[in-house]
Every structure is written in C-alpha cells, then in structure tokens.
Design a protein around this ligand. Structure first.
Ligand code: BGC
Length: 401
C-alpha cells in the first residue's frame, strides 16, 4: 500500500476481507485503513514483547507455574540401606524447594515399579527421578511421560532402549569396577598402596561375583574389574579355580545376598573342599559380600582369616565388618552428592533452565547417548574409613559401633 492510495492486496470478489468488511472497500477509506494497520502493528509489537517477557518468565518464574509441582521419585528397593538414604535425601531436598514428592519403592519387583511410575504420571508428576529395577522395562511409561511433557532423570542406573530419558546422574561405574579390582590386588599384596606391582606372583585363588544382569551398572562394574584383573589372570598370578569368569556365570539376579551366599556355598563345595585355599573374592556390592562371608564362616573359614573380599556402597554393616577385619574394602559413593544433583536437574527442568552435565559420551542407552552428570567413587578400607566416612559427616562414630 502506498500514499497514492492504491488498495492493498485485493480481496477476491465476494470474499470477506480478513481485516473486516468495508475497511479497505473504497479508496476514500485508505488513510483510515493505514491508521488501523499501524494500530494493529503496534498491538502486534506489544504482543511480541509480552511474548518475550512470558518466555523470560518461564526461565526464571516458570517457577510460578511449576511451583509446588509434583515430582515422582521411584527407588528400587528398601533391602539395601543406600536406596533408603537416597530416597530420603532426594525427597527432603525437593520439599525444601517447595515441590511435592511421591517417593515409592519397588521392592525389587518390576511390575510394582512399572505400576508406581504409571500412578505418578496419573497424579500429574512433572518430573520423574527413576532408579530402575530393570533398566529396559519402563518404555511404555517413558513414552507416556514424553507425550505429557514430563521429563525423566535416570538416577544412578541408566534406563535402556528408550529415547525419552532426558538426563542421567551417576557415579563413574566403570571406575567403580576398576577400583574394586585394584583394591583386591592391593589386599592380596600384588600391588602396593601406591598401585605399584610388588612382584608377588601367588598364585592366588580368586572367585568372581557380579551384580544383577538387568542393571546396566552391573556390566560396567564387571568390565572395569575384569579389564584390571585380566593381566593377572592371563599371567597366572590370579587363578579363578572354578573356571567361572563370564558375566552371566557370575551375575547375581536382583543383587540378592541370599543368591550370592548360595553360590559361594556351592563354589566351596565344588572347588575348595579338597583343601585348596580361597584367597580373594571380587564382590560388587556390600550386601553380596555379607552373604559371601556367611557362606565362608559357616563352611569353616575363621572370621579373622577370611579371603580378601571387596564390596560397594559403604553400608554401615559392611564398614563395621571392615573395621573388624572381615571384609577388606568397599567403594564409597557419596549419595548425598548424587541426590543433590538429581534435585538440581529437576529444579532446572522445572524452571526452563538446561541442566549442566559433565559427560556426553559414556552412557549410550542403545538409542541415544544420555547427557550425564558423573561423580567419582572412593575406595574405603580400614586405613581410611575414619577420614572418608566419619570426618566427612557421612557417618557418626556411633553409626559404626
Ligand atoms: C548401584 C550400587 C548398588 C547396587 C545394588 C547398583 O545399581 O550402583 O551402588 O550396590 O545397585 O543395590
């Protein structure tokens, strides 16, 4: 449209002008039309500016709409102390930020966890924090979450085979395995405290245990450990007398201590009843170590002459066992940090911020690499438990009495 008053793009005969009948209908109305258009443009500008400020609000005050939002927290089991601590800490921190929390434990039963997560979605959860039992069993729930715009954070254990896992926070699981194997080598005297080889050649009889095959972490732990032990198995310093070295042979479904105890009893009967001495056990988790120790002591191993036995999670019962000289080591993972990270990610997501990650390559869930925030584990033995576990406030001295 120009000053000379040519009409704007003509509305076809018989059609109604999008701007309203009569406005552009005659030449005489052109000036009026121009004013109106300027008005509309101005209104548009106001609308755009309002839009910008609304967008900014989602950044900061998206909190307005998500304030008090429900967050679903699905934990796998209460049989292990660590998950209780994890659940309690995440819940308390979320509540401190004003969110409502639905914290559920799956009792190591896959259908139960599936149902719990479905319920969280029905109740209107805006973010799900999930420590899965079976990392491949939640696809329907994740698809449902994505459809409703619900974000999913995999907690400690990766959820596999689905693209709707938005973030992951965990410890460096491969490193956990490396650390377990390294502490086994140190306990056996093959390595010294600095990690240097002492020249001791054994041979040392060692048996291997792994975690639950449906937990993605279990293979990471096992691979880290086996990559570290391989050299010593190959050169005969370590002998796995049972011959059971494959992951599936040594895995422990649902991380069940009773299953590990039974397997240890069977190994003693099948492989060590003729007087051969067992020198070490690679155990990936404190609960299994307790089962393994029971099998050994009830088969006649003296409590103060047990093999070198590893673990994970620094559970109070196992730290006490370490202090008493039974279990040799555990892996401490400060779950307070993990919980805080999951809460921070949740708060970011609910306020339009992008959570920060420090690993974008290690955790491929078979569909995509999930952006991850990784923490580092720490080996704990009798030598450093005071400094690592008590001085840091993770335990009080009374917790370990
Ligand atoms: C966790 C370990 C724990 C194990 C058994 C794993 O997924 O990473 O910390 O020992 O599950 O609960």
């Amino acid at each position: 449209m120009d000053e000379a008053g040519s009409t704007p793009s003509p509305t076809p005969p018989g059609a109604i002008s999008p701007y309203g009948e009569g406005l552009f209908g005659t030449k005489g109305n052109t000036v009026k039309a121009r004013k109106v258009l300027i008005g509309i443009a101005a209104l548009g500008l106001v609308a755009v500016l309002a839009g910008c400020s609304a967008a900014r609000d989602t950044g900061t005050a998206g909190s307005t709409s998500n304030k008090g939002a429900l967050v679903g927290v699905a934990m796998p089991t209460k049989t292990s102390e660590r998950w209780i601590k994890d659940g309690d800490a995440v819940k308390a921190d979320l509540e401190r930020l004003g969110y409502k929390v639905d914290l559920e434990y799956g009792d190591d039963k896959i259908p139960q966890q599936v149902q719990q997560i479905s319920n969280m979605l029905t109740k209107g959860a805006k973010v799900l924090i999930i420590a899965s039992i079976d990392g491949t069993a939640l696809s329907d729930q994740l698809d449902q979450a994505a459809k409703s715009g619900v974000k999913v954070i995999a907690y400690d254990r990766l959820i596999n085979g689905n693209k709707n896992v938005d973030y992951y926070t965990t410890f460096d699981n491969y490193k956990v395995g490396v650390d377990q194997a390294t502490s086994l080598l140190t306990g056996l005297g093959i390595l010294d405290a600095s990690g240097a080889e002492t020249g001791k050649k054994g041979p040392f009889n060692v048996e291997l245990f792994a975690g639950s095959p449906d937990d993605n972490n279990a293979t990471f732990f096992f691979n880290g450990a086996m990559d570290t032990l391989k050299k010593y198995i190959d050169n005969g310093t370590i002998v796995v007398k049972s011959g059971q070295t494959g992951f599936t042979q040594v895995a422990t479904l649902r991380w069940d201590p009773a299953t590990a105890q039974k397997r240890m009893q069977n190994l003693i009967a099948s492989t060590y009843s003729g007087g051969a001495k067992l020198d070490g056990v690679l155990s990936p988790y404190d609960g299994l170590s307790i089962g393994i120790i029971s099998a050994l002591t009830s088969s006649g191993y003296a409590a103060d002459k047990l093999p070198i036995i590893t673990g994970q999670d620094a559970e109070a019962a196992s730290v006490k066992s370490i202090i008493a000289g039974q279990q040799y080591s555990t892996i401490y993972k400060d779950t307070r940090l993990l919980g805080k990270e999951a809460v921070k990610m949740t708060d970011d997501l609910l306020n339009g911020r992008t959570p920060q990650v420090n690993d974008t390559k290690s955790y491929n869930n078979k569909v995509k690499v999930v952006p991850t925030f990784l923490f580092q584990p720490t080996v704990v033995t009798k030598e450093n438990y005071q400094k690592v576990l008590i001085d840091s406030g993770y335990y009080t001295p009374a917790d370990l009495k």
